[in-house]
Design a protein around this ligand. Structure first.
Ligand code: AMP
Ligand code: MG
Length: 333
């Protein structure tokens, strides 16, 4: 009898050990709607707790940087009537990156596009606004209206902030740092198309799809092989409405007040910082091929342009993989 109990106990022990050793089945993934987009984090090592923490962190950043969340730093700035506002270190850091891209892009990227974004309201509108309204909105647009002094932000001339063209990239960088601090060696962070590849996959590169503008769901026009990089796309096809056969999308040229229209449908930026890639993708779509390439060079970033005929143009640091299938790109060694 004693022997039987002993056997039963050891069986329970072994079972217990087996359960406690039971491995996670990778990848582990978490997806939520945040910042008006689909946020997903996929890890190839580590555990669920890290994913939960990443989602909580993302929510915290949304609450700090969203223009629509009352109490966020951006909300406070936009409701301060030109008075100085003290912001969190993260907000100041993001604004400083945004202003740097604004200057270097000659104002193509401009985080004060808020009145134009609100006027065009491409998610809900069915008709373009009156030209007079566009001209009126333009009068308070200009990144020079933002004064950043340490953590104190003052906005002049009735301007308002919209960080929609860069915040997702910035948050992706913060999530990357969080995953690495928590020992994650291999992961994909995707904030509505702002992608960061943490490490590689199974010792090789991740393959990142470049969506075909106005193509079928999941239809790609290129694939980029990457590890420890970010890839961010801005495209006319992402948010738009049509009126009389004309397409009005969400990326506004701050010089004209109208959605940019220069023959390009998308730009993907590949580099190290996702905040920079995000700001650059918006700027380069507006600047077009030559000026876009020059701007990207100052940040050491690579670009993939897709024009309205589907033609791909890539910067010098990217090469088509000759041995592979068509349109597989990789970074030059
Ligand atoms: P993205 O998809 O990163 O190119 O960002 C587009 C979003 O950035 C828009 O939905 C607006 O919120 C904002 N935006 C639009 N035009 C500009 C611009 N010229 N500079 C900075 N942000 C912009
Ligand atoms: Mg952007």
């Amino acid at each position: 009898m004693k022997k039987l109990i002993c056997l039963m106990l050891s069986a329970v022990l072994v079972l217990g050990l087996l359960c406690s050793c039971s491995r996670n089945v990778y990848p582990l993934s978490s997806t939520q709607i945040m910042m008006d987009t689909v946020v997903s984090v996929t890890i190839y090592d580590g555990d669920d707790g890290v994913l939960t923490g990443a989602m909580q962190l993302c929510k915290r950043y949304e609450n700090l940087l969203s223009k629509t969340v009352p109490g966020s730093d951006v909300y406070k700035i936009n409701h301060a009537n030109g008075q100085p506002v003290t912001v969190a270190d993260d907000t100041a850091e993001l604004l400083s990156i945004a202003l740097d891209i604004s200057k270097k892009s000659g104002g193509a990227f401009d985080p004060t596009v808020l009145p134009l974004v609100e006027l065009w309201d491409v998610n809900n509108a069915t008709a373009a606004p009156d030209d007079a309204k566009v001209k009126a909105a333009l009068t308070s647009v200009g990144y020079q209206n933002i004064l950043l002094d340490g953590n104190v932000v003052t906005v002049k001339n009735g301007a308002g902030l919209d960080l929609g063209g860069i915040a997702k990239g910035f948050i992706a960088d913060k999530l990357t740092a969080y995953l690495k601090e928590n020992g994650i060696k291999s992961a994909i962070i995707n904030l509505g198309g702002n992608t960061v590849l943490v490490g590689g996959k199974n010792g090789g590169d991740f393959s990142v799809g470049v969506q075909k503008p106005f193509g079928k769901q999941n239809e790609l026009c290129a694939t980029v092989m990457l590890r420890d990089k970010t890839a961010v796309t801005s495209g006319t096809y992402q948010r738009y409405f049509e009126q009389n056969g004309r397409l009005y999308h969400h990326i506004i040229d701050p010089k004209t007040g109208y959605p940019t229209d220069n023959g390009l449908d998308a730009v993907t930026v590949v580099t190290d910082s996702s905040a920079v890639a995000d700001g650059l993708s918006t700027a380069c779509l507006i600047l077009g091929l030559e000026k876009g390439k020059a701007l990207a060079k100052t940040y050491g970033a690579e670009l993939i342009f897709v024009d309205k005929n589907g033609k791909l143009t890539v910067t010098d640091g990217l090469v088509f993989d000759k041995n592979g299938k068509e349109n597989i790109l990789k970074l030059k060694e």
